[in-house]
Design a protein around this ligand. Structure first.
Ligand SMILES: [Zn+2]
Length: 106
């Protein structure tokens, strides 16, 4: 199974799925969401807007990247509300940045 990661705020118990951790030896080169033929995350304007809004809202709370290989991931982060998740009450990526003043494409 490939390694995936989330950016999470433990204070607000919310996370964003960063996708698969694409590695070169043990170093993460980038994160990729979806199939390999999809745009890489930095080329995806929607994902970038979500990331910037998340940093604006939670950056001062002490956000952190968690690998799904981390023990804390299953114990805690996996249960956080996921922005872009499909659980009850979770918001889509597009709805998260809709009408956000920080995104000119919104
Ligand atoms: Zn927060």
């Amino acid at each position: 199974m490939s390694e995936s990661a989330s950016l999470a705020c433990s204070e607000c118990r919310v996370q964003i799925d960063l996708g698969k951790a694409v590695k070169d030896l043990s170093r993460v080169r980038y994160f990729h969401s979806g199939d390999s033929d999809k745009k890489r995350n930095p080329d995806n304007g929607l994902i970038s807007a979500v990331l910037w809004k998340f940093l604006a809202e939670h950056g001062y709370h002490g956000v952190r990247v968690y690998s799904d290989y981390d023990a804390k991931y299953d114990d805690e982060v996996a249960g956080y509300e996921e922005i872009g998740g499909d659980g009850i009450g979770e918001v889509s990526l597009r709805d998260y940045v809709a009408n956000w003043s920080g995104w000119s494409l919104g």
